[in-house]
Design a protein around this ligand. Structure first.
Ligand SMILES: C[S@@+](CC[C@H](N)C(=O)[O-])C[C@H]1O[C@@H](n2cnc3c(N)ncnc32)[C@H](O)[C@@H]1O
Length: 318
């Protein structure tokens, strides 16, 4: 080995270089769920051909697997009737699917073994749709489909038009695409709605005007950083209340670690009743303390008008 070669070795690799380093085999094994096949993870390029996993891929895999663990107990009952018999062929939508890592894991571990039901990824980007279709075909995942569409435009997808959606999941669907997923789930009265929101800028924008800041609560969001964090927090609080008002039992928990602090919240919702007037009242009481917020989710559901003023509706629309 030459001196020259030695001087080319960086004793302190940059984080990006570290993230690409392969992890020891025992860490790779520990990251896999029982029944999770290395073949799938290789097809998704999370595992290399030689079975190595780098730190970036490990982080993604841990997120997806943890979310799968939260979703499974909610989704599994959709395949079973009240008397414990097999029933139905549920339609699950993965909104803003991207590379559909979650969809592939759901299919391999749940839809595939259960032998019934369909998983539809909905994604705007044609290249991702094509990639996922190809991988699903290569893996023989015959009930895993992709639709190239905005979540809000799913009604125009011929294979989905007029069909009942039983569950909507959305992992980091950008900005208001999470709200499109919630609107879809509510309109469909889906049994399960589960979202891990992405960064959310809509409320931070709405709270940025001078009049919004010159209110008694204005100091909560006066500084841009507080506005971003408070806006994201308030968004998820309002989303949870909207779900509850529509009869869902809501659990809010964390996805994994806090390295993505603004993207680490999971809202898990299971439909348990038609309407919840108490939650609707709480939603209106909260909105009455805030500046007018014409947030898309709230305007489309008729909770506030186009200027963000709360509508004193006795019912929420879905
Ligand atoms: C941050 S990526 C997350 C992808 C994937 N769910 C994951 O966690 O790996 C968000 C994806 O949502 C897609 N997207 C954004 N807005 C959308 C919309 N309105 N309808 C459908 N897809 C959307 C983007 O193209 C992108 O692929």
């Amino acid at each position: 080995m030459t001196d020259n070669h030695l001087t080319n070795i960086n004793p302190n690799p940059k984080p990006a270089a570290k993230a690409r380093q392969a992890l020891p085999a025992n860490q790779v094994r520990a990251a896999l769920l029982p029944d999770q096949s290395p073949r799938l993870l290789q097809a998704l390029h999370l595992l290399t051909r030689t079975g190595d996993l780098n730190a970036d891929a490990l982080r993604k895999l841990k997120q997806i697997n943890h979310l799968y663990g939260l979703l499974r107990p909610l989704l599994e009952p959709l395949w079973i009737s009240d008397d414990g018999q097999p029933s139905g062929a549920p339609l699950v939508v993965d909104a803003g699917a991207g590379n559909s890592y979650l969809g592939f894991v759901l299919y391999e571990l749940l839809l595939g073994p259960l032998g019934r039901g369909e998983l539809w990824g909905v994604e705007t980007r044609a290249d991702l749709v094509e990639r996922v279709r190809q991988r699903a075909q290569d893996l023989g995942f015959s009930r895993m489909y992709m639709a190239q569409a905005a979540v809000a435009g799913i009604g125009a997808v011929p294979e989905l038009a007029g069909r009942k959606v039983d569950a909507v999941v959305a992992l980091h669907a950008c900005d208001t695409a999470t709200d499109e997923a919630l609107l879809l789930g509510l309109a469909q009265k889906a049994a399960v709605i589960a979202v891990v929101p992405c960064c959310q800028a809509e409320l931070a924008r709405l709270l940025s005007g001078g009049s919004a800041v010159r209110t008694a609560l204005g100091p909560l969001w006066r500084h841009p950083m507080h506005r971003r964090e408070f806006g994201a927090h308030l968004t998820n609080v309002l989303r949870g209340l909207v779900l509850e008002a529509h009869g869902y039992q809501v659990t809010v928990t964390e996805l994994t670690g806090w390295e993505h602090s603004l993207k680490n919240e999971v809202l898990l919702a299971r439909r348990v009743q038609g309407r919840n007037p108490l939650a609707l009242r709480q939603l209106h009481q909260l909105l009455a303390q805030l500046p007018p917020l014409p947030m898309r989710l709230l305007t489309e559901l008729g909770v506030v008008d186009a200027d963000g003023n709360p509508l004193q509706a006795t019912e929420v629309k879905s």
